[in-house]
Design a protein around this ligand. Structure first.
Ligand code: NAX
Ligand code: ADP
Length: 498
């Protein structure tokens, strides 16, 4: 788990590292510049590229000056430094690096007015104007310069954050800062990188280690956590000697309807492939042939109005919702299943039923897992204007109702009853197709059946689901849901090996 911090917390970490490791701040800046250049070399292979390095007058600008010197050493010979002298305040390390740079033979141009940058011929812009020190919205000359840079339509690589980007608060709709192709950020991604609104400021980001004190970072109070490969490797348990199907639990998937039977089959396939000892799917009679043809390993519990609730007692984890439909019988079934107080996952149509029945929401068993995408979430908890608002509500509801809310997106937010938000960064746009969420539901249910705690089951399943998608996307333009279910055991095996 990586703890994610706000910009002001990161400043404390800078100061602590400087004191504790007896490293001067200018040397820490050098280390940041080196790490940036290492990543930059992978982004810009052409050493003849015309590179403009735009440096503000704070530490972000200081990084830019050090980067210019190091790029020169790396034989990027066509670089020019532009000093963006819009303010009077210079940071000490900026001044030191300006002095160091003067010894290298790099053209330095002073920019006092944004228009002076208009005629520049450039292939790559390095944005080191303002970094995480941003303390008010961008205005005046900075806004004009950002607009000129954006208008160039050239490759823009930002140092730490794009100029004008606030790392840990709502990104305004009228964002007026620089839009970077890639941001090379220091030590930790900014919390905002995971919010869809950040698309106005960047296409993607990379994080480089600059030697800040990791133990100190992890000791900081923060509810924001990023799931790492190492976390998942720690959670997942290998199959044990002498184990048998009874060891790995019995998962039930209540899903599927005449026109959406596939959703139930996909969730059942995911449960089977994610290691539950036994999987049963509760679907309408009309789905039995499909089930028996496609998944002979999975058992059926035909769903009709005569089905007694006792039939559900033997399962140790139950998911309800994928392709279920909204008729009254399903609503009644959901109500009865809630009363069983089992480990529970609610997805898709199950969530829509819940949104009409607030009385059921408060009756959910402790640590029930809800898996809404944005629309399902807003249907449940009201319309939200931004993802910050949405995640704030998810956090609040998870704590208030003792639930685990998996708010799905490219970066999925897992909100726990403790108030922690675990961000998942695996997964990719090749997975953007129907049925993907059904597979996630099946995988979570399988982990619950195997007696992982609900929080671990959620974190593990979301990570593996995305990782399986990443593994498949290496070889394929699109990834479909069934393929993904089949990939999960292979992805787990790879994780356990390495
Ligand atoms: N110890 C170091 O030297 C390190 C430096 N780092 C770099 O330092 C950066 C942060 O540096 P600073 O704290 O000096 O801040 P910045 O370089 O981001 O900002 C410089 C100045 O701009 C002013 N400013 C803020 N918002 C403004 C606005 N909207 N319009 C006009 N002026 C504005 C601030 O008052 C500040 O004095 C990081 O982003 C990173 O690039 C990090 O690499 C960590 C290590
Ligand atoms: N661009 C993407 N990057 C990462 N994950 C994605 C992307 N698009 C979809 N997914 C994942 O696929 C799943 C889609 O869920 P959902 O919308 O409920 O699908 P469906 O209803 O079709 O089953 C989520 O887990 C989501 O995180």
């Amino acid at each position: 788990m990586q703890t994610l911090l706000t910009s002001s917390q990161m400043q404390t970490v800078d100061a602590y590292t400087i004191k504790q490791q007896s490293i001067s701040s200018v040397n820490l800046m050098e280390s940041a510049a080196k790490a940036f250049v290492k990543a930059f070399k992978k982004e810009v292979l052409d050493k003849d590229a015309r590179i403009s390095i735009l440096c503000g007058q704070g530490n972000n600008g200081g990084d830019g000056l050090a980067i210019a010197r190091l790029l020169n050493k790396e034989k990027y010979k066509n670089s020019t430094v532009f000093l963006i002298n819009f303010s009077a305040k210079l940071s000490d390390d900026y001044t030191k690096n300006l002095k160091r740079l003067s010894k290298a033979k790099i053209p330095i141009v002073e920019i006092k007015e944004p228009g002076e940058f208009n005629e520049i011929k450039v292939d790559v812009v390095i944005d080191a104007i303002l970094g995480s020190g941003l303390n008010k919205p961008l205005s005046g000359k900075y806004t004009s310069l950002a607009s000129i840079i954006n208008g160039l339509k050239k490759q823009v690589i930002a140092v730490d954050v794009p100029t004008g980007f606030n790392g840990d608060d709502l990104i305004p709709e009228n964002y007026n800062g620089i839009k970077a192709d890639v941001v090379i950020s220091f030590q930790r991604p900014k919390i905002n990188f995971f919010f869809p609104e950040s698309v106005v400021a960047m296409n993607r980001f990379k994080v480089v280690n600059i030697g800040l004190d990791e133990n100190f970072i992890e000791r900081q109070q923060s509810n924001w956590k990023l799931t790492t490969r190492a976390d998942v490797q720690k959670i997942i348990r290998p199959r044990a000697g002498f184990s048998h199907k009874g060891t790995y639990g019995h998962a039930l998937i209540v899903a599927g309807n005449n026109t959406t039977m596939g959703a139930g089959l996909l969730a059942a396939s995911a449960s089977l492939h994610s290691g539950s000892g036994l999987t049963t799917v509760c679907l309408p009679q009309s789905g039995l042939i499909a089930l028996n043809t496609m998944l002979p390993e999975v058992m059926a519990l035909p769903r009709n109005e005569h089905l007694a609730i006792e039939a559900f007692e033997k399962f140790n984890a139950i998911a309800i919702g994928p392709g279920l439909g909204f008729d009254e019988e399903n609503e009644e079934l959901l109500e009865k299943l809630i009363d069983l107080k089992k480990q529970f996952v609610i997805d898709a149509d199950g969530l829509t039923i819940l949104s009409k029945r607030e009385d059921l929401l408060v009756k959910l068993p402790a640590k029930t897992i809800l898996t809404p995408h944005m629309k399902e979430f807003d249907r449940l908890f009201g319309k939200h204007e931004s993802w910050w608002q949405r995640v704030a509500t998810a956090r609040e509801k998870a704590q208030q109702l003792d639930l685990i809310i998996i708010l799905k997106n490219q970066y999925t937010f897992i909100c726990l009853p403790t108030g922690d938000v675990h961000i998942n960064a695996t997964g990719n746009p090749a997975m953007a197709s129907g049925g993907m969420g059904d597979v996630l539901t099946g995988t979570i249910t399988a982990f619950l059946a195997q007696c992982y705690s609900p929080a671990d089951a959620a974190i593990l399943a979301v990570y593996l689901h995305g990782k399986a998608g990443d593994d498949l996307a290496k070889e394929s333009f699109t990834v479909n849901a069934l393929q993904l279910a089949l990939q999960i055991p292979k992805t787990i095996k790879k994780l356990l090996k390495s």
